[in-house]
Design a binder for this molecule. Structure first.
Ligand code: ATP
Length: 219
């Protein structure tokens, strides 16, 4: 995936300012970190080809599975009906994997979404997204993984159920909760990509990812 000298504007507002980024589909979990309004969602939409008005060069290959920052299932449907819907829409959907995840988390497919707890909603959404066989999984502030149990299942699904050698791109503010799983990190500020490094490269300079964030992004 190649983005070269790309500028995206909303009217007069410059959301991404002449950014360049190369991402290999090499099986890594890549974090996109930056503060509010820095351009993270715009970058994600550019990669997903939801934004097509821009200056610069974009070369994107491969298939994508996307997890937005809000629920997208119909509350009146059962989990099974949601699975059937996913199956009919996405030919890359692996139904068996989905049922395996549900079983692991002891969630009955017969449940209606509106009878699911918040945690279960998140599990079902994540499981659906990761039961697709795509080259990339893109998560935009996927959830409030702030308690240890949520964090555990979140990491479990991402690390163990996605298609082998696929790449995960994840926008998050939860560095303390999810930072451990990031193998590469892109820091973004005011529409600029400040850096794109491996965890090892970052930790050779800063003690923690959080320190790196504060030093680069500032207060
Ligand atoms: N439709 C729009 N019209 C005008 N300005 C927009 C629009 N969408 C985003 N912006 C502006 O572009 C900039 C980048 O927005 P973007 O949503 O990409 O940031 P972000 O890093 O995802 O922010 P957050 O973490 O708050 O979600 C912000 O200043 C935002 O206010």
């Amino acid at each position: 995936m190649l983005l070269k000298n790309i500028t995206v504007k909303y009217g007069r507002k410059v959301a991404l300012d002449n950014i360049s980024l190369t991402l290999r589909n090499d099986g890594k979990i890549v974090g996109i970190l930056g503060d509010n309004g820095s351009g993270k969602t715009t970058l994600v939409n550019l990669i997903l080809k939801n934004i097509n008005k821009f200056k610069g060069q974009r070369e994107i290959e491969g298939s994508f599975s996307y997890m937005p920052d809000r629920y997208f299932l119909y509350e009146s449907m059962t989990i099974k009906e949601s699975i059937d819907l996913f199956k009919s829409v996405y030919s890359d959907f692996d139904e068996q994997r989905m049922y395996k995840i549900l079983q692991k988390f002891s969630i009955s497919p017969q449940l209606k979404l509106h009878d699911c707890s918040k945690g279960m909603h998140e599990q079902v959404h994540l499981a659906l997204v990761f039961s697709r066989n795509t080259d990339f999984y893109v998560l935009d502030e996927p959830l409030s993984a702030t308690d240890p149990i949520k964090r555990r299942y979140f990491m479990d699904i991402i690390q163990n159920y996605r298609r082998k050698n696929s790449t995960v791109l994840m926008v998050t503010h939860l560095i303390r909760d999810l930072g451990d799983m990031l193998e590469d990190v892109i820091f973004i500020k005011d529409g600029h990509i400040l850096s794109h490094n491996s965890r090892a490269e970052i930790l050779a300079v800063d003690k923690t990812l959080e320190d790196a964030y504060i030093r680069r992004i500032g207060q």
